[in-house]
Write a new protein. Structure first.
Length: 268
């Protein structure tokens, strides 16, 4: 289905509490299908293809990819589907968007799950450095074969355990279905170099929040620990023997942690 340019799909039990799932960079709705098999009995799962990704329309206008614009389009889907309030789940880039939504529209969400996610870069100097880095990557996407870019991308240390997984080639093939132009636009207009820091707003977050980090992903263990100190109602769970992409590497433990969090709170 499409609403305001974004492709989205429903999975799971139709009468269950709704939950919105936001994928990471180069991901799509397909990334969540194994998780939905485990969570679909307990949630009505809504997955969205974010701008520049999956089956969402490819647009050249930069503003379409910005965090405020993307948030507006996601909320339009909730309105179109008559979802007044739902759980909110985000991974990596999708986690940054989830945090933005939770902080700016807290009345629309009742539970927040952040997997390998960050509130952004705190200093302007760091953001400027990241913008230069992301522009370099965007140019590579526009000039290199996507297969070459992907091989280089997954050579990053925090994906090492992901690459060892026997299902990695299937995920790699899914990534090849993206349009490199859309991915380049996503880097330029949605990257953490252009996103304002959300660190100073974390103490305003009231909803129950589950922060997940892989035991092999030391950077995001540190970020998750600092986030937990600032968010009043947060839990931090470390999933051992996982890198950055927990829901891919260990969907069983990932789902268990989400359900354990969900079971602690009454929604209505």
């Amino acid at each position: 289905m499409h609403s305001n340019f974004l492709h989205y799909e429903w999975h799971g039990e139709k009468k269950a509490h709704p939950a919105l799932f936001l994928h990471g960079f180069m991901g799509s709705t397909a990334d969540w299908k194994t998780v939905f098999k485990k969570l679909g009995k307990y949630f009505r799962c809504l997955a969205v293809d974010l701008p520049g990704h999956g089956k969402t329309d490819l647009l050249s206008e930069g503003n379409f990819y910005s965090m405020p614009s993307t948030a507006e389009h996601v909320l339009n889907i909730l309105d179109h589907e008559q979802v007044k309030k739902c759980a909110l789940v985000g991974y990596s880039m999708g986690g940054r968007l989830a945090l933005y939504l939770a902080l700016h529209f807290p009345h629309r969400f009742d539970l927040l799950v952040l997997e390998s996610a960050s509130p952004g870069l705190a200093s302007e100097a760091d953001r400027a450095t990241r913008r230069k880095h992301d522009e370099m990557l965007a140019l590579e996407l526009e000039h290199l074969p996507l297969n070459n870019f992907l091989q280089k991308w997954y050579d990053q240390p925090f994906f090492a355990s992901c690459k060892r997984d026997p299902r990695f080639q299937k995920m790699f093939s899914l990534r090849l279905q993206n349009d490199p132009r859309g991915l380049a636009n996503s880097l330029r207009f949605t990257g953490s170099g252009v996103q304002p820091s959300l660190w100073e707003k974390l103490d305003t977050l009231q909803m129950p929040t589950l922060i997940l980090a892989g035991g092999l992903d030391k950077k995001f263990i540190d970020i998750g620990s600092r986030m937990k100190e600032k968010i009043k109602n947060a839990q931090l769970k470390i999933i051992e023997n996982c890198g950055h992409n927990i829901h891919f590497e260990n969907p069983e433990n990932y789902s268990q942690e989400v359900l354990a969090m969900e079971s602690k709170y009454e929604y209505r």
